[in-house]
Design a protein around this ligand. Structure first.
Ligand code: FES
Ligand SMILES: [Fe+2]
Length: 466
C-alpha cells in the first residue's frame, strides 16, 4: 500500500485544474508575469481579533500606519489645471493635493501655519490660484511658500520663509496620485514593486473614472479590505458565480512586504460546482447583466472553450472602437487579476473588470469604514477629455444596484460582499475565541498583510522610543 505523501503546511493545493494549467491552454502567448508563482508559508497562528475590535489598536494605526504609507489620494485628472486641488482624508489626517503653476503636483498637510485651521474642507475639491486660510487670511502660493498674511507688523518673530505649508510626499503611477505623510518614505516606485514591472503605468493612465462609489461600512477597515483578498468566500457568499468562476483554484502570490496578487479565473465552473456544465452553458451564463445586451448569440465551436470565445468577443468589440487586442491573452481579458498594495488599496489589471479599491477608517472610528470603489474605462482615442465621475455616497444599508449606470449584476455581487461585513465585525467583538483562523494558501494574502502591518507599527513604536 502506498503511503500518502505528507505535505508541508502551505504546500496543499486544490487538486483539480490550476490557473497555470488554464494559461497553458490560452489562445495567445501569456506574459511572464502571469506565469510566475510566488507563495511562501508564513505560519498558521490565529490573527487576533483585537486588531479589528480595539480602539487602542486603531490608535496605533493612526500613529504609526497611516502617516508612514503610500496611499492613492486621487487621479491626476482630478487636478488637470494649475490651481486645482483635491483633499484626501485618512483618519485624523487631511492632505491637499494640488497642481502648481509649473504643472507639477504637490501635496501639503491641510493645516494653516498660523493656528492650524484646515485650509480646505475634508473631501472637497476645487480651484484657486492660492491656498488661503478662511480664518485670518494667511495665504500661500501653490508651491507652498507664504504669499502674504495680514498685520505683518504684529509678527516680527515670524520669518515668512519658515512658515511654508508642510509638504507631503506626492508621486504618481498609472494616473493615480499617491501621497505619503512620511517625508523620508522610500520612493513610490519601490513600494509598488513588482506591480510597475508587471503592468505598464500607461495601462491605468489610459483610463478614466467612469463610476465612483463611496460606501460606508459598519466594520473595521481591515475586515472590509480582507474580504477582497481571497476567493475562498465565493462558494458561500456568491453562490451564483460558481457556475462561471473558479474559486478554490485561484492563484495567490505574495511579493516583498507590500504587494500581493490574486488570479481568479473566469469561464470555468467552481471546483465545487456539482452540476455538470458545458462550455456553452458557461458562456450563456457569463452573458448576464450589461453583457446580456450582446445581440448575437455567441456559440462555442466544437472543441473550443467559453474563455476563448469570451476573450475573442471582447477583442472584436474593442477592435470596432479602434483598439488592437489581437495579441492580448485570454487571461488578461477575462480573468480577475488583482494587485493589493499595502496598506489599503487594490488594482485590478484585467481588461473586462478594470476596478480599483481603497479602504479607510471613516472619521476616527475603529469600526467604521469608507470603501471607495472606482470603475475605470478607456479614454477616448480622439483625445477628448472625460471628467472623472463624481462619487456617489452610499449608506451602509444602501445597495450598489441603486448607483446610476452601474451594472445591477455587478452591484449585486458587491452587495453580497459588503453584506457580510457588519456581521464579521460584530462576531469578532463577541468571540470567545481570540482570533481569526486562516487558510494556509487561500488566505495567505491576509496573513502577509498582517505581517507588514505589525512590522510597520513596531518600527513606528521603535522610532518613537528612540
Ligand atoms: S488660523 Fe489660519 S490664518 Fe489664522
Ligand atoms: Fe466577493
Amino acid at each position: 500500500m502506498n503511503t500518502p505523501i505528507k505535505l508541508k503546511p502551505g504546500d496543499a493545493r486544490y487538486p483539480g485544474i490550476s490557473v497555470q494549467d488554464l494559461l497553458d491552454r490560452d489562445s495567445r502567448v501569456v506574459p511572464n508575469y502571469l506565469r510566475e508563482q510566488s507563495y511562501s508559508f508564513l505560519g498558521d497562528e490565529d490573527i487576533p481579533y483585537s486588531r479589528y475590535t480595539s480602539p487602542e489598536f486603531h490608535d496605533l494605526e493612526v500613529k504609526h500606519l497611516w502617516p508612514r504609507t503610500w496611499q492613492w489620494a486621487c487621479r491626476e485628472e482630478h487636478i488637470p489645471e494649475p490651481g486645482d486641488y483635491h483633499v484626501y482624508d485618512i483618519g485624523p489626517y487631511s492632505v491637499i493635493v494640488t497642481r502648481t503653476e509649473s504643472g507639477a503636483i504637490q501635496a501639503y498637510r491641510n493645516s494653516c501655519m498660523h493656528r492650524g485651521t484646515k485650509l480646505k474642507p475634508s473631501f472637497s475639491s476645487g480651484h484657486g490660484m492660492s491656498l488661503r486660510c478662511p480664518y485670518h487670511g494667511w495665504d500661500w502660493r501653490l508651491d507652498g511658500t507664504l504669499k502674504s498674511f495680514p498685520c505683518e507688523w504684529d509678527f516680527p518673530h515670524v520669518n515668512p520663509d519658515d512658515v511654508g505649508l508642510s509638504r507631503v510626499r506626492a508621486e504618481c503611477w498609472g494616473g493615480f496620485v499617491f501621497i505619503n505623510l512620511d517625508v523620508n518614505a522610500k520612493p513610490l516606485q519601490e513600494w509598488l514593486e513588482p506591480l510597475p514591472a508587471h503592468v505598464q503605468s500607461k495601462t491605468f493612465e489610459n483610463r478614466y473614472i467612469s463610476h465612483h462609489v463611496q460606501k460606508e461600512l459598519n466594520c473595521n477597515w481591515k475586515i472590509a479590505s480582507e474580504a477582497f483578498l481571497e476567493a475562498y468566500h465565493v462558494m458561500e457568499t456568491h453562490a451564483q458565480l460558481m457556475r462561471t468562476n473558479g474559486d478554490a483554484n485561484t492563484q495567490y502570490d505574495i511579493y516583498g512586504d507590500y504587494v500581493s496578487r490574486l488570479i481568479n479565473v473566469a469561464g470555468i465552473p467552481s471546483a465545487y460546482c456539482m452540476e455538470p456544465q458545458s462550455e456553452q452553458d458557461i458562456l450563456d451564463l457569463f452573458l448576464v447583466g450589461d453583457r446580456s445586451q450582446v445581440s448575437e448569440r455567441l456559440t462555442v465551436p466544437k472543441g473550443g472553450t467559453a474563455r476563448a470565445v469570451m476573450a475573442q468577443f471582447f477583442r472584436d468589440s474593442t477592435a470596432k472602437a479602434g483598439s488592437d487586442l489581437g495579441a492580448v491573452s485570454d487571461s488578461e481579458i477575462v480573468d480577475s487579476i488583482a494587485y493589493f498594495v499595502f496598506p489599503n488599496q487594490q488594482f485590478f489589471v484585467g481588461l473586462t473588470f478594470p476596478i480599483v479599491y481603497r479602504f479607510r477608517p471613516l472619521g476616527l472610528h475603529h469600526n467604521r469604514t469608507l470603501f471607495d470603489l472606482i470603475l475605470l474605462a478607456p479614454r477616448p482615442k480622439d483625445g477628448t477629455v472625460v471628467e472623472p465621475a463624481e462619487p456617489v455616497w452610499l449608506k451602509a444599508e444602501e445597495s450598489y444596484s441603486t448607483v446610476p449606470g452601474m451594472d445591477p449584476y455587478v452591484g449585486h455581487v458587491f452587495d453580497q460582499d459588503t453584506g457580510n461585513m457588519q456581521a464579521a465585525q460584530e462576531g469578532a467583538q463577541t468571540a470567545l475565541k481570540g482570533g481569526a483562523t486562516l487558510a494556509n494558501y487561500q488566505e495567505i494574502r491576509i496573513r502577509h498583510f498582517h505581517q507588514t502591518l505589525m512590522t510597520t507599527i513596531r518600527e513606528g513604536q521603535e522610532k518613537e522610543g528612540s
